[in-house]
Design a protein around this ligand. Structure first.
Ligand SMILES: Nc1nc2c(ncn2[C@@H]2O[C@H](COP(=O)(O)OP(=O)(O)OP(=O)(O)O)[C@@H](O)[C@H]2O)c(=O)[nH]1
Ligand SMILES: [Mg+2]
Length: 176
């Protein structure tokens, strides 16, 4: 049995808290408060971090940490990411410029990404077609990054588990 710490990041409303609540076996620890940022239509927003725990079919335990989405809390990203094994970036395809959002996280986690595997989950692709998975993969390639990109609905636990599985399979591939 192995234990892995995984970080989930992405813009405000991308679904970090939702994703952790969808898969956690324990009541997730949340630090959500009333949202006063009216640029995003949402009742609550995370001001600290989210935490959840799950056990994969192979017995490995995953400790999932979600970052706060608001840019003013960017200073805590590297604190939360300490000793993490991998990073999941959630992109909200309904936002005005998802490719610019992606660039923010590639930049903000550039130190971690030098050594850590990463997977990108793209949400709301069924209602917002551009940029699709291909365009996001192409943008990653232009940035010199080759990470798997998957369409996801983080309200579905299977989709969140798939993101984790794809992330961990990169680690296993590195060990071969
Ligand atoms: N329709 C639709 N709604 C989605 C989808 N993915 C997530 N949501 C909803 O989007 C909202 C995401 O909210 P949160 O989980 O609080 O987002 P967050 O990333 O934790 O946001 P902050 O903590 O504010 O940074 C929830 O109401 C989800 O139900 C999707 O694919 N389709
Ligand atoms: Mg949140």
């Amino acid at each position: 049995m192995k234990e892995h710490k995984i970080i989930l990041t992405g813009t405000m409303g991308a679904g970090k808290t939702t994703a952790i609540a969808a898969v956690s076996e324990i009541p997730p620890i949340m630090t959500d408060v009333t949202n006063n940022d009216h640029t995003v239509d949402k009742a609550l927003t995370t001001v600290g971090f989210d935490y959840g725990l799950l056990t994969l079919d192979n017995g490995d335990r995953i400790r999932l940490f979600g970052t706060p989405g608001q840019a003013r809390f960017r200073f805590v990203w590297s604190v939360i990411a300490k000793n993490a094994l991998g990073l999941i970036i959630l992109i909200d395809n309904s936002r005005p410029d998802p490719l610019a959002d992606l660039a923010v996280y590639l930049d903000g986690f550039s130190t971690e990404l030098a050594t850590m595997p990463c997977v990108v989950g793209v949400g709301r692709t069924e209602t917002h077609f551009y940029p699709g998975v291909e365009q996001i993969a192409a943008a990653l390639e232009r940035a010199g990054r080759v990470f798997p990109v998957l369409p996801v609905d983080v309200r579905r636990s299977e989709d969140v588990v798939l993101l984790i599985d794809v992330l961990l399979s990169q680690l296993e591939a590195d060990l071969l």
